[in-house]
Ligand binder design. Structure first.
Ligand SMILES: Cc1cc2nc3c(=O)[nH]c(=O)nc-3n(C[C@H](O)[C@H](O)[C@H](O)COP(=O)(O)OP(=O)(O)OC[C@H]3O[C@@H](n4cnc5c(N)ncnc54)[C@H](O)[C@@H]3O)c2cc1C
Ligand code: FES
Length: 277
């Protein structure tokens, strides 16, 4: 990226509605300029600021994997002014993004190890990026286990793709919903309890946890109880952001700026920042 302040022009190529309330939409964006496409290099866990003229900017995790070179994918939950306007976008519209920003899941460190991915709700975005990336480099990783929870079956995102992953024998997908529901024959229970039940082996295993703050708060102690070391557990933090490049001071916790030092941190790092919890 040549100038971090100047948004890159992107065209909305595909929109998919993910939930019955139409509050979650997935956008596939393509680069308007070939040069921008060539210069845009990212890794799973990074995010972009979407710029909407006259309204402002909002950060969103990149849900596509760097191995998917033709588009960038994002899933946006409608929560306020910027996200509401994003939900009015139609296929063919153009928007600006700045990025890629932040650090990423340490996929190089994970090589040769087993990886447990724990996700909740629509925060599954960057976890999708990580899963697709590891499946594309399957020989580099040991067992891949995914524990993914949603309030109800219809609230899982990327349902078709998850069904495809469930058919594979090189990835273990464990889905759970909060309470029993008609037609659901999978697990029920909150993600921390299900993680405890599954009790993944700690041997040469890395864990990535991403989801609503409450889920993260209750899952981290379970992982410690299962004897995962703090430096083997990674999570991604969400904070209000503005510039995304460490200039405005909006996103700091203690001495760390989530936009440049994060959003990905190990539990060992977070324990040195008491305000993180
Ligand atoms: C690194 C990062 C990655 C993110 N990835 C995604 C993603 O993939 N998909 C997605 O839908 N959202 C994601 N978010 C959250 C998203 O940026 C906010 O929901 C969005 O900026 C809200 O903008 P708004 O103008 O629509 O809402 P506002 O009108 O600004 O606020 C509406 C409500 O949302 C709350 N809110 C706003 N921003 C945040 C935030 N960062 N964290 C928690 N609560 C917030 C406000 O307190 C308020 O209650 C991410 C945030 C960060 C920092
Ligand atoms: S968002 Fe401005 S310093 Fe992090």
């Amino acid at each position: 990226m040549s100038n971090t302040y100047i948004p890159i022009q992107m065209k909305v190529e595909r929109i998919e509605i993910e939930d019955p309330d139409k509050a979650l939409r997935t956008f596939d964006l393509v680069f308007v300029n070939e040069e921008d496409k060539k210069n845009f290099e990212y890794m799973p866990g990074q995010f972009c600021e979407w710029s909407l003229l006259g309204l402002g900017e909002s950060p969103f995790g990149i849900a596509s994997s760097p191995t998917e070179t033709d588009f960038l994918r994002f899933t946006v939950s409608r929560t306020g002014s910027v996200t509401n306007e994003i939900h009015y976008l139609r296929e063919g519209d153009t928007i600006g993004i700045r990025g890629p920003m932040g650090n990423w899941y340490p996929v190089e460190k994970f090589k040769g190890g087993n990886v447990v991915i724990i996700g909740g709700g629509f925060a599954f975005t960057t976890l999708r990026s990580l899963i697709v990336y590891m499946l594309e480099h399957r020989e580099d990783y040991g067992d891949i286990t995914v524990i993914y929870g949603a309030r109800a079956p219809e609230l899982f995102i990327y349902k078709d793709e998850i069904s495809e992953w469930q058919k594979r024998d090189d990835i273990d997908i464990q889905l759970t919903i909060d309470n029993p529901a008609d037609g659901w024959d999978g697990r029920t229970g909150f993600v921390p309890a299900v993680t405890k039940e599954i009790a993944p082996s700690t041997e040469n295993t890395w864990v990535v946890v991403c989801g609503p703050p409450i889920m993260i708060k209750f899952t981290l102690p379970v992982l410690s109880e299962l004897k995962f070391a703090d430096d083997r557990i990674y999570t991604s933090l969400e904070r209000r952001m503005k510039c995304g490049i460490g200039k405005c001071g909006r996103c700091n916790i203690g001495s760390k700026y989530i936009c440049i030092d994060g959003p990905v941190f190990s539990l060992a790092e977070l324990k040195k920042i008491p305000e993180a919890f």
